[in-house]
Design a protein around this ligand. Structure first.
Ligand SMILES: N[C@@H](CCC(=O)N[C@@H](CSC=O)C(=O)NCC(=O)O)C(=O)O
Length: 282
């Protein structure tokens, strides 16, 4: 295992926020993540972890700096880990558009050149990163996953594709049916190729629609009704239809006047953290 290098460390609500970098095997590149450890977390008192997946254009910093999650995470005794949203580096394939390439990894394992050499975000998020976190920090293997937009979709899909890995899942303003919207079609064409059957294996609504009871995971989704991407990219009604079809345990809350920004996330992050903690502590 390559060495973890600490990049920054700050006291926050009696706990610690820190950033680390290391050479990721899955991403075949150096990567950075942020972690919040609540007060009292220690080898003698390990705490559960929420993995947060950010959206297009984000790094490990957006959530930690804008979501205002630390006060409640400290109160609940919950660690939060925020990885980057893609592999990065000069030798990593990229694109000039904000919705493809670096900053837009879509939390899948790419199969197509030139992306497949580094864009293995599913393996990174579900296997490599938790192994690192659980080996180096005072946390348990009780995991939850959440995210925003591209990352909200990532959280839903990774939970559905890896039953039992996460005890709860939540999403703010997620893309719900990427095979049917421009962000998803562009990313899936590049990362997965032309075969739409392969796209469906990474589509939250398609997976939720045929989910079997072993894939059921308590799920909370929050969507702002003044979101500028609501009708063009997000389309939350696909989740309602899919969950109704399979009996999947989805709670979808819609909030008038809230947009796609971190002002929305900061307004409801406490509800999401308490939702996760209730499941994690059961
Ligand atoms: N106009 C934005 C478009 C990108 C954007 O809105 N990014 C969102 C996530 S969108 C879906 O994944 C985001 O979280 N932005 C970062 C932030 O801190 O708000 C642009 O060009 O940046």
């Amino acid at each position: 295992m390559s060495t973890l290098t600490e990049i920054s460390r700050q006291r926050s609500f009696g706990g610690w926020h820190a950033q680390y970098a290391y050479d990721s095997e899955a991403l075949n590149s150096r990567t950075r993540f942020a972690i919040f450890l609540p007060p009292g977390a220690s080898q003698a008192n390990p705490v559960p972890v929420l993995y947060w997946l950010s959206g297009l254009t984000c790094t490990d910093e957006n959530f930690m700096q804008k979501a205002a999650a630390q006060r409640v995470a400290a109160e609940l005794g919950l660690a939060i880990v925020a990885p980057d949203t893609s592999p990065r580096g000069e030798d990593v394939a990229d694109n000039h558009d904000y919705d493809l390439g670096q900053g837009a990894g879509f939390y899948l394992n790419a199969t197509e050149p030139p992306w497949q050499a580094h864009y293995q975000m599913e393996r990174f998020v579900t296997e490599e990163l938790p192994a690192r976190i659980e080996a180096h920090f005072p946390v348990t293997d009780r995991r939850a996953i959440a995210g925003h937009s591209m990352g909200g979709h990532g959280a839903l899909v990774l939970s559905l594709r890896h039953p039992g890995r996460y005890r709860s899942v939540s999403a703010f303003s997620p893309i719900t049916h990427p095979v049917a919207v421009p962000w998803g079609q562009k990313a899936f064409s590049a990362y997965l190729g032309a075969d739409r059957d392969r796209w469906q294996q990474y589509d939250a609504a398609c997976l939720m629609r045929k989910a079997t009871p072993d894939q059921h995971c308590p799920t909370l989704v929050s969507q702002g009704l003044a979101d500028e991407f609501l009708n063009s990219q997000l389309q939350p009604w696909h989740l309602t239809e899919a969950a109704g079809h399979s009996g999947y345990p989805l709670t979808l809350e819609q909030h008038p006047d809230y947009d796609h920004s971190y002002y929305f996330i900061a307004s409801f992050i406490e509800q999401h953290l308490r939702f996760h903690q209730e499941v994690l502590s059961a």
